[in-house]
Design a protein around this ligand. Sequence first.
Ligand code: GDP
Ligand code: IMO
Ligand code: MG
Length: 435
Amino acid sequence: MPGTAIIGLQWGDEAKGKIVDLLTEQNEIVVRYQGGSNAGHTVVANGAKFKLSLIPSGIFRPHVQCVIAGGVVLDPAALLKEIDSLVARGINIGSNLMISDRTHVIFPWHHIADWMFNNIGNDEPIGTTMRGIGPCYEDKVGRSLAIRVGDLFRPDFKELVEHVAGVKNRLFLGLTDHCDNTMRIPGLDAELDAEAIYRQYLGYAERLRSYVADTTNYLLDAVDADKRILFEGAQGSLLDIDHGTFPYVTSSNSSGVGISGGSGVPSHFLKKIIGIVKAYTTRVGGGPCPTEQNNDIGQRIRERGNEFGTVTKRPRRCGWFDAVAVRYSARLSGVDVLSVMLLDVLSGIDCLQICTAYEINGQRIEHFPSQIEYLRKAVPIYETLSGWQEEITGITKYDDLPDNAKRYIKRIAELIGKPVEIVSVGSDRQQTVFV
Ligand code: GDP
Ligand code: IMO
Ligand code: MG
């Protein structure tokens, strides 16, 4: 049976969680394979709202095996909090959750480093979620200061923590001696207490022990057994570390190119990649966003779409649909079909704009630029479509959508070059239209 992937095609928060939850019914395994607690995926089931950060959005269906694969960076405190809050709401979490022993662990020194290096030396900081994600991936790639979930159970774990904390202390104290006050963060004057961190993480390890497994082998066996696997991307393709709007990106391959690397499942197993897009654009944090609307339209979208970060509660930057960016990310991520989300948010706007090209240095450009300075100069060239006044949140059949809403969807499909298979008109499972 085929593997299916859900990939965000913009700058994150495209409502991936909703579609993962919806499609979980047809799958046996749901895998998170990159990112960490920077993600905030919302699932609304029969009026009840759940926000997931590390646990795959398949957790609400009891028959499904959820897997946190080795490409994720795991903050044990965040995960345990999430488990406790779900269990308190009656969700079963036991052997249906598996965590890779290859997953890298986020420690307090990663949070400190996120604070220190968010500012990249110009006026516009990256604006990270401050969850220690980038620094943990740095240590993974650097290898010598990395600690993986499997290491939590080693007999010499205490010595490992002492060693890494000792190195980090020297690095941080050296840096704060020579930096101005903007890089000072509360608590940094005190040294990292290796003994306290060791004890804290030993406690986490005991609670996590029963979930830990070699998920790479588990997934390869599942592939051999023809199991139906759903891969849940976090963030969005334009935040991809290699192919996104660098340096205003996250630290993992959040586009389709990351599925195989993060999970260990060969890419030819993937038979369907569903690209998730909002009917407009949002972005949280720094970096260019050519179609951003710093005006009444942007404000209207933010209010109607409740566009405030799931993780950090920051107001999301909002703007028109950018077909140049999405055409690029759909191709990059190998997308077969599109799912257009939050279409209801656009109801009541007289004229809708879609960006079909950029003007950069007086030239018309139809491809997405690789260099951030170039993208910063991009002036969107818009095509205008008539909007619709009707509320559409109760519509369940494609034919019942207003004609102008259907025209808008059709135009997105044409511009991206992929068919639209799902249209979402509200946050609940039921508010979904199959085309
Ligand atoms: P994710 O990170 O991609 O899973 O997306 P988020 O959960 O961060 O943000 C998407 C938000 O939109 C959540 O609050 C969802 O409940 C909500 N949502 C999902 N689909 C729709 C929709 O079709 N219409 C509206 N109005 N809200 C939606
Ligand atoms: P989901 O999975 C939206 C953004 C941050 C920042 C940049 C780097 O819910 O779509 P990081 O903490 O990853 O080093 O921050 O990436 N970012 C997201 N934006 N949705 C997300 O996840 C995001 N995860 C990270 O705002 O600009
Ligand atoms: Mg989100």
